[in-house]
Design a protein around this ligand. Structure first.
Ligand code: LLP
Length: 421
C-alpha cells in the first residue's frame, strides 16, 4: 500500500512525497517541473510565502501589539513576483539600493511603505528615494545627514527618518553576517548616537521618527535582540523602533530556530518592558519569510569515485553562493528517492574546487539524470546569483494548487552578452 511520507520541516509547508515517492511542492511534481522547465530551477511555494507573512502579522496581533510594521527585507529574494506577494499580504519593504527601490515600486509597494537602508548610498540614490517619496530613510552616519540636509533643501515636506544605531551587541552567527558588534561598517555607534540625534532633531528638512538596529542575520536566539533593545532604550524616547531582521531558518532537519510567533512575542515583550508601550514596532525579516519556501532542482551530470564519491550537478556557486561564502550547510535528496545511504560530495559545475554545494550528504545511489533537490534555497540564492563561467541564471517557478508558473524566466545565452557594446 502506498504511504505518504511527511517531509522534514525544512521543506515548504505544502511539500510532500506523493504516492510514488516523488517530491511535490504546491501540488506540483518536481520531476515534471524539471522536465518541463529544465534545471537548475528555483521552485517556490507561493502558499508558503503567504503563510509566513501572515504568521508575522498574526504574531504581533497575538502579542497585543497594535502599532507594528512587518517589513520584507527584499535583498533576501529580490524578484518582483516575490515582492508582489508580500505587498499583497500588506507588508512594507526594505530596500537597500536604487535597484531594490526600483524593483519594490515595480512590484506594487507604495512609496510610503518603503524603508531605505544602506551604509554607502550616493546622492543619486538618495535623490531617487526622495523623489519617489519613500516612507522612511534609515540614516547610517553623519555623512548621510550631510547629504540629506543638502538634498532636501527647498522641499516643502520634511523627510521622515530612522537613525541606525550599532548597539554593540554580537549575535551568534557567521562573522560575515554579524552587524551589531561595536566595530561595524553599519550605523552610528552608541557613543556617537546622541550627537547624531541632536543634529537630526535640530534639522528643518529632516524629521527623526525613531531608531533602527539590525544586529545580524540567521540568529537562533532572541537574547541579543533584548540586549540591543536595551542599548537603544538608553538613547531617549522615540515613537518608532525598528529592530531589523535576523530570525534564522532551519537549513537542516536538526536545526530549530525560534517559531515566528515566539520570536515576535519575545521582541514585543522586550520592547514593552525596555521602551515602554505605545511605540510603533517594526521588524525586517528577510530569510524567515523566504528561505524555506524555496528549493533548487538540479540534474545529475556525472558520478565519479575519486576518494569521495563526487556527484556533479548542472548548477552550483552561480545559483547558490552561500556554501562558498559562509560554509553554509544544506541537505539534499534525489527527488524521487528520498533518504539513502550513499555518502557523496554534491559538487557544482564551476571551475573551482570550492564549488561544492554539500560536502557530505547521504543520497539514494545517485545516478546520471537523476533530479536532485536542495531545500531552503529561497533566501539569498536568487538574489546573490551570478554568471560565473557564463552560466545563465535559473528561472523562478511559483507553484500553488497544482499549477506552476514561471515568474522569472531562465537567462538565455544571448542575455549573457546583451550589455556588450
Ligand atoms: N534589515 C537589514 C538592515 C539588513 O541588512 C538585513 C540583512 C535584513 C533586514 C534581513 O535580514 P534577515 O532577516 O534575512 O536575516 N547573504 C547573507 C545574509 C545577509 C543579510 C544582510 N542583511 C546570507 O545568505 O546568509
Amino acid at each position: 500500500m502506498a504511504t505518504t511520507q511527511t517531509l522534514s520541516h525544512v521543506y515548504p509547508i505544502d511539500g510532500r512525497l506523493n504516492a510514488r515517492g516523488r517530491l511535490e511542492i504546491g501540488g506540483c511534481d518536481v520531476l515534471e517541473l524539471a522536465d518541463r522547465f529544465g534545471t537548475p530551477a528555483y521552485v517556490v511555494s507561493e502558499d508558503d510565502l503567504r503563510a509566513r507573512a501572515r504568521a508575522f502579522i498574526a504574531a504581533f496581533e497575538a502579542a497585543g501589539q497594535d502599532d507594528f510594521r512587518v517589513v520584507f527585507a527584499s535583498k533576501a529574494f529580490g524578484a518582483t513576483a516575490v515582492m508582489r506577494v508580500f505587498a499583497q499580504e500588506g507588508l512594507d519593504c526594505d530596500v537597500a539600493s536604487a535597484g531594490e527601490l526600483h524593483l519594490a515600486l515595480r512590484a506594487g509597494f507604495s512609496p510610503a511603505s518603503l524603508v531605505f537602508h544602506g551604509n554607502a548610498r550616493d546622492d543619486g540614490e538618495f535623490q531617487l528615494a526622495l523623489d519617489a517619496g519613500v516612507g522612511l530613510i534609515a540614516v547610517d552616519g553623519f555623512d548621510d545627514i550631510d547629504r540629506l540636509e543638502r538634498l532636501v533643501k527647498g522641499r516643502s515636506e520634511r523627510q521622515a527618518l530612522l537613525l541606525r544605531v550599532t548597539p554593540g551587541v554580537r549575535g551568534d552567527t557567521h562573522d560575515k553576517i554579524s552587524t551589531g558588534q561595536a566595530d561595524s561598517k553599519f550605523g552610528v555607534s552608541i557613543g556617537d548616537a546622541p550627537a547624531a540625534i541632536e543634529r537630526l532633531r535640530a534639522s528643518r528638512g529632516l524629521e527623526l521618527r525613531g531608531l533602527h538596529m539590525h544586529i545580524g542575520s540567521n540568529l537562533f536566539s532572541v537574547g541579543p535582540f533584548r540586549a540591543a533593545i536595551a542599548a537603544l532604550a538608553a538613547l531617549g524616547d522615540f515613537a518608532v523602533y525598528d529592530v531589523g531582521g535576523g530570525l534564522g531558518a532551519a537549513y537542516t532537519a536538526q536545526q530549530e530556530p525560534p517559531a515566528i510567533e515566539d520570536f515576535v512575542g519575545e521582541i514585543v515583550s522586550a520592547a514593552r518592558e525596555l521602551l515602554g508601550s505605545g511605540k510603533r514596532l517594526m521588524i525586517e525579516p528577510g530569510r524567515a519569510l523566504v528561505a524555506n519556501a524555496g528549493v533548487t532542482l538540479y540534474r545529475v551530470i556525472s558520478v565519479k569515485h575519486n576518494v569521495s564519491t563526487w556527484v556533479a550537478v548542472d548548477g552550483g556557486m552561480s545559483d547558490n553562493l552561500r556554501p562558498m561564502l559562509y560554509g553554509a550547510g544544506y541537505e539534499a535528496d534525489v527527488a524521487d528517492r528520498f533518504g539513502g545511504t550513499t555518502r557523496v560530495q554534491l559538487a557544482g559545475k564551476h571551475c573551482e574546487s570550492g564549488d561544492v554545494i554539500i560536502k557530505d550528504v547521504l543520497l539514494d545511489d545517485p545516478r546520471v539524470g537523476d533530479v536532485i533537490v536542495v531545500p531552503v534555497t529561497g533566501a539569498y540564492g536568487y538574489s546573490m546569483a551570478n554568471n560565473y563561467n557564463a552560466v545563465p541564471r535559473p528561472p523562478v517557478i511559483f507553484c500553488r494548487d497544482g499549477e506552476a508558473r514561471v515568474v522569472v524566466r531562465r537567462e538565455t545565452l544571448d542575455d549573457l552578452h546583451a550589455r556588450d557594446l
